[in-house]
Design a protein around this ligand. Structure first.
Ligand code: PGA
Length: 248
């Protein structure tokens, strides 16, 4: 792999301490070479982060959180502050995931505020955008995506990581064709350029990524990596996906 690649595991609320340790232990047995152009980023549920930090200290694994709050601190019951996320050495944070948009009414405005506090604290936001099935059917997906980009991404953000995740593909086993992914990834790249966003950007694809479709997704779509849900909590799956990037 010549280009920079980000392989992001989004464990969601799926693992406990025991089975998350198992995944890391099995991953370690792959003996992945240290590659400058591949980043193995794991985003555990908040309560797992301290343990995962402890067991990945000597490994080439980067930690990220699955969300963050946009205020430094305050009366926000149940939320986690940027200070805590930073203190456990997280370098990335997923924001604007469609599950947070759906279940917690996360708005583009909130995502924008989160991206701002992350940049201020030198963490890289992984900003999720994506259209619904209805929007795709109406062929308005590119409009939806451009609105999300404009409203979620601060113009001054230096290191942009966007995860294009069509909502209809998340957890469904259905993926867009590689041409459809290529269309969107190229559109996002051009849109960022035309609208004077930072030229340091990585565009990832997410939605039903697995070991069987990874080659098709990456080689044909020119994505800079993947955001993986379901397959990231299956040892064999995530190990095969990592091997694809590290040994190819
Ligand atoms: P999935 O989830 O890989 O299970 O479709 C992706 C995501 O929600 O980020």
């Amino acid at each position: 792999m010549s280009q920079n690649k980000l392989i992001v595991s989004n464990w969601k609320m799926n693992l406990n301490i025991k089975n998350s340790i198992k995944i890391i232990t099995n991953m370690a047995s792959l003996n992945l070479p240290k590659l400058r152009n591949c980043k193995n980023i794991i985003c555990p549920q908040f309560l797992l982060i301290p343990k995962i930090l402890e067991i990945t200290k000597d490994k080439d694994i980067i930690l990220g959180s699955q969300d963050c709050h946009y205020e430094e601190k305050g009366a926000f019951t149940g939320d986690s502050s940027i200070e805590m996320i930073k203190s456990y050495n997280c370098k990335y944070s997923i924001i604007g995931h469609s599950e947070r948009r759906q279940y917690y009414n996360e708005s583009n405005e909130n995502v924008h505020k989160k991206a701002t506090i992350l940049q201020k604290n030198k963490l890289t936001p992984i900003i999720c955008i994506g259209e619904s099935l209805d929007q795709r059917k109406k062929n308005i997906h590119l409009n939806v995506l451009s609105k999300q980009i404009v409203e979620c991404i601060p113009k001054e953000l230096k290191d942009i990581v966007i995860a294009y995740e069509p909502i209809w593909s998340i957890g469904t086993g259905i993926t867009p064709s590689s041409d459809e992914i290529l269309e969107v990834i190229s559109f996002i790249r051009n849109f960022l350029k035309k609208n004077n966003f930072s030229d340091k950007s990585s565009i990832l694809y997410g939605g039903s990524v697995n070991s069987a479709n990874i080659d098709l997704i990456i080689s044909a779509s020119k994505a800079d990596g993947v955001l993986i849900g379901g397959a990231s909590i299956e040892t064999n799956e995530i190990n095969k996906i990592l091997s694809y990037f590290y040994f190819n």
